[in-house]
Design a binder for this molecule. Structure first.
Ligand code: MN
Length: 165
């Protein structure tokens, strides 16, 4: 069952303009968003709507639509679906302080039931955004050492119909 407990615990909603939000009802059209976040370290927050929340990863560099380029994606706390509309300034001193820009948004289509795929650590999906389109994957890194840190990779897949990647 999805929860926003960690999201709420990290923030002071009397000080940050971010939405408090609530777990949403599941819908047919699943949203995705990428927010360029100039926090202490610039990163790209990649979020997929799933189970009434936005599952979230901090991607260390701009997502790249080249199947040869894999981007490190560090899981972060689930965000409310309302967060897909957020851009603005998180005040200095608050969690994630810095400027947030909507970098891309649209819908996504999982190729398998998304929650079990997420738990298995391999999500294959299609993006329909303005910048990001076509087939992508998020894959949890496999070796024992990195698994402790729960690191994932975001990667473009080949879009040809016969590509099994
Ligand atoms: Mn962020």
């Amino acid at each position: 069952m999805a929860s926003l407990q960690r999201y709420h615990a990290k923030r002071h909603f009397d000080r940050t303009p971010e939405p408090r939000g609530a777990v949403a009802r599941s819908r047919d059209e699943l949203r995705f968003v990428v927010q360029k976040h100039a926090a202490s370290t610039l990163h790209y927050d990649f979020r997929l709507e799933m189970d009434g929340v936005l599952k979230s990863w901090a991607v260390t560099k701009e997502p790249e639509a080249d199947p040869a380029v894999k981007r490190l994606a560090v899981p972060t706390e689930d965000h409310p679906v309302e967060y897909a509309e957020f851009e603005g300034d998180i005040p200095p001193g608050e969690y994630g302080g810095g400027h947030v820009d909507l970098w891309d948004q649209g819908t996504w289509g999982p190729e398998e039931a998304p929650v079990p795929a997420y738990r298995r650590g391999k999500i294959k999906f299609e993006l329909k955004g303005k910048r990001l389109k076509g087939r992508w994957a998020l894959v949890r890194m496999g070796n024992a050492q990195t698994r402790k840190k729960d690191l994932w990779l975001l990667m473009k897949r080949i879009d040809a119909d016969d590509a099994g990647a």
